[in-house]
Design a protein around this ligand. Sequence first.
Ligand SMILES: Cc1ncc(COP(=O)(O)O)c(C=O)c1O
Length: 429
Amino acid sequence: MFDAAEVERIRNDFPLLGHYQEQEAGGRRLAYLDSGATSQKPLSVLEAEQEFYERRNAAVHRGAHQLAVEATEAFEDARAAVAGFVGAGEREIVWAKNATEALNLVAYGFVNASAGLGGPEAERFRIGPGANLVITEMEHHANLVPWQQVAAHTGAELRVIPVTDAGRLDLERAEALVDSATAVLAFTHASNVLGTVNPARRLVDLARAHDAVTVLDACQSVPHFGVDLPALGVDFAAFSGHKMLGPTGIGVLYGRAELLDALPPFLTGGSMITTVDYQQASFMPAPQRFEAGTQPVAQAVGLAAAARYLAETGMDRIAAWEEHLAGRMLAGLQEIPGVRVIGPEEIGQPGDRLATVAFDVEGVHAHDVGQFLDERGIAVRVGHHCAQPLHRRFGVTATTRASAYLHTTEEEIDVLLGTVAEVRGFFLR
Ligand SMILES: Cc1ncc(COP(=O)(O)O)c(C=O)c1O
């Protein structure tokens, strides 16, 4: 948990927050409550990328010169740093463009294996009619559409674990839906709409009891609280650099080493092969077998700096601060007439809800709410947040979502609450 002075110190690490305050808003503070979409970057991340380009830029894993050796070291040190941040081994971390690509990498591994690629090792990933893939009703499209595609390619059935009215997973239904024909249980660790944190360990145990592969969407968990992926027992997990203070253009796939080595690659080409002739190619072991083509090297270096910044600040303290803000936001929103929180209205157990709160303002479209807030210096996200089926389940097409991070102040939450309280008076007078 932080105090106000510490949050102020943290804010000073983020050039955009200071710059915006001075230059763009005529001295008015920007309340950036859209970290769930993308986070702002501390100076140490910007400097790490710049330092790489100024001093160490070269093609990695290829050059026969000293600079290439240094660039490769920087790239692989970044992998080790990001691996350490989630408790993983270096070989278990694959770079991708973002979490979406990382999730597609796993999904298309199943498609390729099911089409007969990958040899005997890929047997584990071969599925067809009769098999089922289980996801949840609270998935972001990034962890929904790829599994739809796997179902379409293989004839497997797609099953969906429902969400309760309170915005939590219906675990009884989960137990009924996951069965001996389940090949994959893919679920989000934390919902980008509801703010719900799912009981990952319990879901992993359920999948393991049926020998199903688990795929965790960790996009909204890894940035906000300490996550040890091997301790959770998941087989695969994906997260994005840009949501955890890192650069855009880089995402991470974690996979248990033994599974990564057996999964057929999704992208093929340079830098991922051992030998090639005109008829066939053989692939390197993981992670290189999934890293075809020129990699996001400076971005990896920047992401490692972000992981270091988060670790030094303390993930437990970040989580405690965000939980404090979540409580304030939830209590305040519920006092405003005509405002409905979509998702858990309170924190049940510590750690079971993010400071990401989506809400509906009765009679006012979310886009109008967003514009009203923007005119008063409050940045939120509006729309379906890439979760259309989830919005439909709650009877709305769009919501307004405020999401806090380590630099969010209590005052920003109070300004949000005070401004939301004015919305209906303004639009419905
Ligand atoms: C829960 C969740 N999953 C997946 C994604 C996709 O992340 P990216 O767009 O960085 O691939 C997001 C981003 O909004 C998300 O919130």
